[in-house]
Design a protein around this ligand. Structure first.
Ligand code: IPE
Ligand code: IPE
Ligand code: MG
Length: 242
């Protein structure tokens, strides 16, 4: 199982709750997305400070196209602002930015900013920041299978090994998956990569999620016992008859 654990964790975050955060304060949903962008900037900076190796942020799902066009347009406007603002900071910190998800449906202006940010930070060897835009886990699995270049039929084991390689090669499996906003579902995010991820759901709305929440989530992760299907060594040692 590939993981960043030797040199830091792979943390993935479903940044949910922007709309409700705004509505509760009598503000338009756009204000929630704007506050969500500020939260993302704080969390990216903190993640690199605390040595997280890879951070994958769910920013816009393939199903989010179902939202009203003005909301979609403002989310993309904010995503462009995020990428533009973040690029220099990331480069200074030696971080590398990568956008995952489909690119063929993105507005040209967004594509241009993505390409600039990725090339400007490509030499970064510190935090690997992945931003999921127009992302669907099912879609990425299907595409990886089709792009594997191997003629079918392929044995299930070989296909599984290929998919693992293609989906987690650069990032490793997800160690800790956090969802803010109170919902307890994955909404088509990192389904393959999170096979053994520790899941953490918090009621905190994304704009309110701060550095101490990330610290607490990582601390909880370190208290969990990951077994990967095996019996832990500590139990085996105390066992008199197996
Ligand atoms: C997450 O917040 C941001 C995106 C999905 C783009 P939401 O906009 O889903 O906020 P809620 O869930 O409606 O509160
Ligand atoms: C998931 O949140 C997508 C992002 C956070 C980008 P949604 O708000 O779209 O998920 P559902 O609709 O509640 O499942
Ligand atoms: Mg939501």
């Amino acid at each position: 199982m590939k993981t960043h654990r030797e040199n830091g964790l792979h943390v993935a975050i479903i940044m949910d709750g922007n709309g409700r955060w705004a509505t509760r304060q009598g503000l338009p949903r756009l204000a929630g997305h704007r506050a969500g962008l500020a939260a993302a900037r704080r969390i990216v900076e903190h993640a690199s400070d605390i040595g997280i190796a890879c951070l994958t942020l769910y920013a816009f799902s393939a199903d989010n196209w179902r939202r009203p066009a003005p909301e979609v347009a403002s989310i993309f406007w904010l995503l462009r602002a995020f990428l533009r603002l973040e690029t220099d900071r990331l480069r200074q910190r030696g971080a590398r930015l990568q956008v995952i998800g489909r690119r063929d449906r993105l507005p040209q202006k967004v594509l241009t900013v993505i390409e600039n940010s990725e090339s400007a930070t490509s030499a970064g060897r510190g935090l690997h920041l992945r931003v999921a835009i127009d992302y669907s886990s099912r879609d990425s699995i299907t595409r990886a299978a089709c792009a594997s270049g191997h003629s079918l039929p392929l044995s299930a084991d070989s296909l599984g090994a290929l998919l693992s390689e293609m989906l987690t090669a650069e990032s490793g499996d997800v160690d800790l998956l956090i969802r803010t906003g109170g919902e307890k579902r994955l909404s088509d995010f990192m389904l393959w990569e999170s096979a053994y991820a520790e899941l953490l759901f918090t009621d905190r709305m994304w704009p309110d999620f701060d550095e101490s929440d990330l610290d607490a989530a990582v601390a909880e992760f370190h208290h969990r016992e990951r077994r990967f299907g095996a019996v832990p060594e500590s139990v085996l040692q105390n066992e008199t008859c197996v």
